[in-house]
Write a protein that binds this ligand. Structure first.
Ligand code: NAP
Length: 321
């Protein structure tokens, strides 16, 4: 438990990320109270049923009243509209942050609507699963994951430090960087892998000479891990690719060059080129496991069994799996 860092946390959007923040902030005692809201009445009702917040507000404007920390946890494409709505209702001295997977567009879209005297410190917790909604969150989601803050150059240092302390209390490691640099790094580490997964699962699905039954039956051959990533929320990922267009196109260009090089090696029977390439990539995987960013156990990408966590509620598992 940590002494409360903030008096009142307002969460706009209570899906996987928002509900995980609510659960973790409660568990760690880092805020005195939580107000939350979501776009639909159904989600607001579910948030109340789950007891994720002390107050479930009907509107975004009502949720931020009296909050000294506001975290916007919605798809990045909706951030401009929400910032416009909450701007006039923010408390002087409040810190406003977000969790969006793209930072340049969030800064561009939100900053103009936030009044002077409010500290805007965008953030991106690099943690997630393929599930969505308030039932999908869990308090340990951020443990040993990175949270990247992209404060503007003239940001109030005390506000930045307080938000860093908040994320550290939730178990995250904190890094700061410029929004454009964040977007380039995440384009290669997250956005491109998702695009590849979306592509390959679609390609397999369209192969007429391979039946859907065979694709499912023999999925352990590598395809299965792609299907997990390709099950991620369509709205969130549509917004990510639209918002991070330039960096994704840049990385996609490089990726296509590398695919061409491997294609050539296969066509020419150049086993040495293939072997050298695969040896290099295997070392990268070993490095990721060595720094604790994934487990060597075969539950690829799932929450680590060696980390303390409650059983992950998977309300949608029955529908999708
Ligand atoms: P999610 O589970 O789908 O939840 C999204 C929440 O935002 C819901 O409460 C939804 O309300 C609300 N919302 C959606 N559209 C809205 C709008 N136009 N105005 C107001 N509220 C709206 O999404 P998530 O996975 O938590 O992702 C939220 C943000 O976190 C995204 O920006 C994403 O890029 C970022 N992020 C996601 C992950 C991940 O792995 N999922 C990881 C890191 C960062 P309703 O339920 O009522 O529609």
């Amino acid at each position: 438990m940590t002494a409360p860092l903030f008096n009142r946390l307002a969460l706009i959007g209570v899906g996987l990320i928002g509900s995980s923040i609510a659960r973790a902030a409660r568990a760690q005692g880092v805020v005195r109270s939580i107000a939350a809201t979501a776009r639909s009445a159904a989600t607001r009702r579910r948030v109340a049923e789950l007891g994720l917040a002390d107050q479930v507000a009907e509107t975004n404007a009502a949720a931020v009243e009296g909050a000294d920390l506001v975290i916007v946890c919605i798809p990045v494409g909706a951030c401009a509209e929400v910032a416009r709505e909450i701007g006039p209702h923010l408390m002087a001295g409040a810190t406003v942050s977000d969790v969006g997977s793209v930072k340049g567009s969030v800064v561009r879209d939100m900053a103009p609507h936030l009044p002077a005297g409010v500290h805007f410190v965008p953030a991106h917790p690099v943690a997630g699963t393929e599930y969505s909604g308030p039932d999908a969150g869990f308090a340990e989601l951020f443990v040993n994951r990175w949270c990247i803050l992209t404060p503007p150059a003239d940001a109030d240092l005390q506000a930045v430090d307080r938000l860093k302390a908040f994320w550290r209390a939730l178990g995250a490691n904190v890094e700061t960087m410029a929004p454009q640099h964040h977007d380039l790094v995440l384009a290669v580490t997250s956005h491109l892998p998702h695009l590849i997964a979306y592509t390959i699962v679609g390609t397999a699905d369209e192969l007429a000479q391979v039946t859907r039954q065979e694709v499912l039956q023999f999925s352990a051959g590598g395809f299965r891990d792609f299907t997990r990533i390709a099950a991620s929320d369509p709205t969130m990922w549509r917004d990510v690719f639209l918002a991070n267009k330039d960096a994704v196109l840049e990385m996609l260009g490089r990726f296509n060059e590398d695919v061409s090089a491997l294609t050539r090696a296969i066509r020419r029977g150049d086993g040495e080129a293939l072997f050298n390439h695969f040896t290099r990539t295997r070392a990268i995987r070993k490095g990721i496991v060595a720094i604790g960013q994934d487990s060597p156990s075969p539950d690829f990408g799932r929450p680590h069994p060696d980390l303390p966590h409650e059983p992950l509620p998977r309300p949608y598992a029955g529908e999708g799996e």
